[in-house]
Design a protein around this ligand. Structure first.
Ligand SMILES: Nc1ncnc2c1ncn2[C@@H]1O[C@H](COP(=O)(O)OP(=O)(O)O)[C@@H](O)[C@H]1O
Ligand SMILES: [Mg+2]
Length: 229
């Protein structure tokens, strides 16, 4: 059997396979030889469980995430719904910038940020902390026509570092991780985060000011750390 490998990295690999006749994506994590065996297996299990739990929580809350079809803790694999035509938000943003005129670019990216912000707001309103918010962990799935990415749904993925927490601190950190990721990956579009935050505020529940204040506190701490070195 030849497997179509989507991604091969140090942590693991992603490939296309079938589960009960359905084409799916398998995410496999490698055994880390340099890590203590028991600890390594514990970390992997924890991540697989975190991913399954978060996806269930998302779907119960009406937030899109790939369905988990099967998990195999011993083989360190998650079988999930495969969005065949999707691209990452990172790719989408880069494409829009290259292909569109500046005015259209701004319009499309503002719309995308509003969508992303609203979803993160929903996640946090449900106390789901993603743990690794980057534009590589967000999919743009075209509706109907395979190549028209401007009509799409936004799907969050990669919940292996996620957890459940009601507190504002973890939500603030989640936002801070995203801000840092955006500034490094999309440095030419420095306005993305503010549009995301604007939409976020409307959806994150009634304690938006507390969360945003926490986020600003975390950011200030981050700055101080950078200054000290
Ligand atoms: N359900 C999916 N459908 C389509 N593509 C996916 C799906 N899940 C992941 N991908 C693609 O694979 C990449 C890596 O998956 P991810 O879950 O983020 O694992 P990693 O831990 O390696 O970052 C994503 O950035 C995306 O391009
Ligand atoms: Mg990822």
């Amino acid at each position: 059997m030849s497997l179509e490998v989507l991604k091969q990295g140090a942590e693991g690999r992603l490939y296309i396979d079938e589960f009960k006749g359905e084409k799916c994506l398998v995410k496999e994590r490698f055994v880390k030889r340099y890590r203590h065996v028991a600890l390594d297996s514990q970390i992997t299990r924890q991540r697989i469980k975190a991913e399954t739990k978060a996806v269930t929580r998302c779907r119960n809350a009406g937030i899109l995430a790939p369905r988990i079809l099967h998990t195999d803790l011993n083989e360190r694999k998650i079988y999930m719904e495969y969005f065949k035509h999707a691209i990452t938000a990172k790719e989408y943003i880069q494409r829009v910038v290259v292909e569109q005129l500046p005015e259209t670019t701004e319009q499309l990216l503002k719309k995308l940020c509003a969508e992303i912000g609203a979803i993160i707001g929903q996640l946090h309103a449900n106390n789901i902390i993603h743990g690794d918010l980057t534009t590589s962990n967000i999919l743009i799935n075209p509706k109907e026509e395979q190549h028209d990415f401007n009509k799409h749904e936004v799907v969050f993925i990669d919940f292996g570092l996620s957890h459940y927490n009601q507190g504002a601190e973890d939500k603030g950190v989640d936002l801070y991780v995203l801000e840092r990721a955006l500034l490094s990956t999309h440095s030419e579009q420095p306005y993305l985060f503010e549009h995301i935050l604007e939409a976020y505020r409307k959806k994150c529940g009634d304690d938006e000011n507390i969360v945003v204040a926490k986020f600003e506190e975390v950011r200030a701490r981050g700055r101080k750390r950078t200054m000290i070195g």
